[in-house]
Design a protein around this ligand. Structure first.
Ligand code: FAD
Length: 590
């Protein structure tokens, strides 16, 4: 059995930043980091527009409080304000640290880090490396892990969290009614040779990223299948605020890949089939730089009203235009060259002269594994699990509440990656290595894999996955109603039941990508079911959760976080209070 002081699942920004911090705090700690992709192919590498921090390089009026207010208002008052305070106060410091690690940010004439406008932010505070910010950050962080001797397990697929009742019931946290559970390690599968291994550790951290692939059109990579969320749900832990799915307004039509908000930050317009800048009717002050929930709804409403555009330019089509043509070639090529290239290569549009076709695309997971501000995973509204931490997109701390502002996610990964790294370094000092029954877990995993390989059905993984993704998109998209969601839940129950009918062509265990897809599909289905169930229960409209049958925000009943978990035979939904320290909820206007 493998063992480490700390095992981190996820090689994106959150996982890498945490690993680095643990080593900085205590270089004698033995840290392992697992990723199903090569770490620098994690979705973080695709982040484009930038990372927010009130550095005041461009806008001297800015400060952390303004950043905190924008974040809380953007969240539709669902964010926990203690968590937002850490996020925004620590932001300038983590940017300077990244710079010292070697990250090459774009510059102002005088050499200081440049900052651009972003949706929902009242000041120019987004730092960037052209439109390849995630690439610049992840490469440097990963290089630093090598220097600090973190053991990397690349292309290992983690298929189970080992969560058991605590060996030490006298732990001071065991004050509530429930038995405290303890994370002891993970079971993982080597993608290249099919080997199974149990890893035990004094602390387990999940940094497994988002779940864009639950939907049929997404800006996310193929690996964003919500595995960490699925593994927590399977272990009986709750997931928080899963109904809040961010649909980014400008997915390139029809492929869905992201055209960064930086393009609008640099001055691009949204236009309908009349050529009108329709945002003036939805957010007259902020226009194209309104938060994403509002902008995505505006686009869907324009398309529904027949002001979408067809390929021949006529009205009634399924997309709107993102117009950069007034910005000029030099600005486009220096500030957002990658977005220009995406449109040129994928749909043949030269954005210097022609508008890009765009519509909303599933982009980001505001909810996730519930954690406190040290990244400790919650077992329920009042108790923490032992030995288990999470950070990054898979975690819900919650700094984004009902709607995330652009450039706050990279920031969350770095601020909370660092905070959780520190918390773990302290946590493991007095902790004993847990006992794990290696054979039991290996046998269970082997059986699960052998069953999947030998299963004889008539359904291809791809066809089942596609149907599931279509159902989620149709029944839990930008706008929702009770009727549509109940129908969606019925459909996904039927699709879940068909999982036993899938078959794999490839019967080997080495490089069996079909097997990995089959395992991922289980997570996609569990996560999708929890999203829909949480959404059905929230009878209000807040942030990205837009109910046509309950169009108003209802603070009296729903200024609360959802906690949804698998019970004996159904999903149980409970609620947890929101932390309000600085800003009382108000109506949100832009
Ligand atoms: C196209 C795009 C552009 C974006 N642009 C911006 C931006 O400009 N600014 C901003 O703030 N945010 C942006 N975001 C959001 C932001 O990039 C992500 O939220 C953030 O990078 C997530 O980082 P992470 O470390 O949590 O996870 P990820 O980077 O997604 O990494 C997840 C890791 O977990 C591993 N993993 C997952 N499951 C398993 C498993 N079962 N076994 C082993 N390993 C596993 C993966 O291999 C990977 O290493 C963008 C997102 C997208 C999709």
């Amino acid at each position: 059995m493998l063992e480490h002081d700390v095992i981190i699942i996820g090689g994106g920004l959150a996982g890498c930043r945490a690993a680095l911090e643990i080593k900085k705090q205590n270089s004698t700690l033995d840290v392992g980091l697992v990723a199903k992709t090569h770490p620098i192919r994690s979705h973080s590498v695709a982040a484009q527009g930038g990372i927010a921090a009130s550095l005041q390089n461009v806008d001297p009026e800015d400060d952390w409080k303004a950043h905190a207010f924008d974040t809380v208002k953007g969240s539709d008052y669902l964010a926990d304000q203690d968590a937002v305070e850490y996020l925004t106060k620590e932001a300038p410091e983590v940017i300077i640290e990244l710079e010292h690690l070697g990250v090459l940010f774009s510059r102002l004439e005088d050499g200081r880090i440049a900052q651009r406008a972003f949706g929902g932010h009242s000041h120019k505070r987004t730092c960037y490396a052209a439109d390849k910010t995630g690439h610049a950050m992840l490469h440097e962080l990963f290089n630093n892990l090598r220097r600090n001797r973190v053991k990397i397990y690349e292309e290992w697929y983690v298929l189970q969290l080992i969560l058991e009742e605590n060996d030490l019931p006298e732990s001071p946290l065991n004050l509530g009614e429930n038995v405290i559970k303890e994370a002891k390690g993970v079971v993982m599968f080597n993608i290249s040779d099919g080997r199974l291994e149990v890893v035990k550790a004094k602390a387990v951290m999940f940094a497994t990223g988002g779940y864009g692939r639950v939907f049929n059109t997404t800006s996310n990579d193929y690996a964003s299948t919500g595995d960490g969320l699925g593994m927590c749900a399977a272990a009986g832990l709750p997931l928080e605020d899963m109904e809040f799915v961010q649909f980014h307004p400008t997915g390139l039509f029809p492929v869905g890949v992201l055209i960064s908000e930086a393009v609008r930050g640099e001055g691009a317009y949204l236009r309908n089939s009349d050529g009108e800048r329709f945002m003036q009717r939805y957010a007259p002050n902020q226009m194209e730089l309104a938060p994403r929930d509002i902008t995505s709804r505006a686009i869907v409403l324009e398309i529904r009203a027949g002001r979408g555009i067809h390929a021949d330019g006529s009205a009634g089509g399924a997309y709107v235009h993102l117009d950069l043509t007034h910005m000029g070639k030099e600005k486009i090529m220096s500030r957002v060259p990658f977005c220009w290239e995406e449109a040129y290569r994928l749909v043949g549009v030269d954005a210097v002269y022609q508008p890009m076709p765009v519509r909303p695309t599933a982009h980001y997971c505001m909810g996730g594994i519930p954690v406190n501000t040290d990244g400790r995973v919650r077992q329920n509204a009042t108790q923490l699990t032992d030995g288990f931490f999470a950070a990054g997109e898979c975690a819900c701390v919650s700094v984004h509440g009902g709607n995330r502002l652009g450039s706050n996610s990279l920031l969350e990964c770095v601020v909370y990656g660092r905070r959780v790294g520190r918390a773990i370094a302290n946590y493991v000092v007095d902790r004993k290595m847990p006992n794990v029954d290696e054979q039991k877990y290996l046998q269970q995993a082997e059986k699960r894999i052998n069953n999947l390989i030998s299963q004889e059905g008539n359904l291809r993984i791809n066809s089942l996955r596609q149907k599931f993704q279509d159902t989620m998109t149709e029944h839990c998209g930008v706008f929702r109603t009770e009727e549509v969601m109940i129908e969606g839940i019925a459909q996904i129950q039927q699709l879940k039941a068909k999982y036993s009918q899938i078959f794999l062509d490839d019967k080997d265990k080495d490089w069996n990508t079909e097997l990995i897809e089959a395992l991922e599909l289980q997570n996609i289905m569990m996560v999708g079911e929890i999203i829909l169930t949480s959404a059905l229960q929230r009878q209000e409209s807040r942030g990205a959760h837009s109910r046509e049958d309950y169009p108003s925000r209802d603070d009296h009943n729903f200024l609360q976080h959802t906690l949804a978990s698998y019970g004996a035979d159904n999903i149980e939904v409970n609620y947890m209070p929101v932390v309000i320290t600085m800003f009382e909820p108000k109506e949100r206007k832009y």
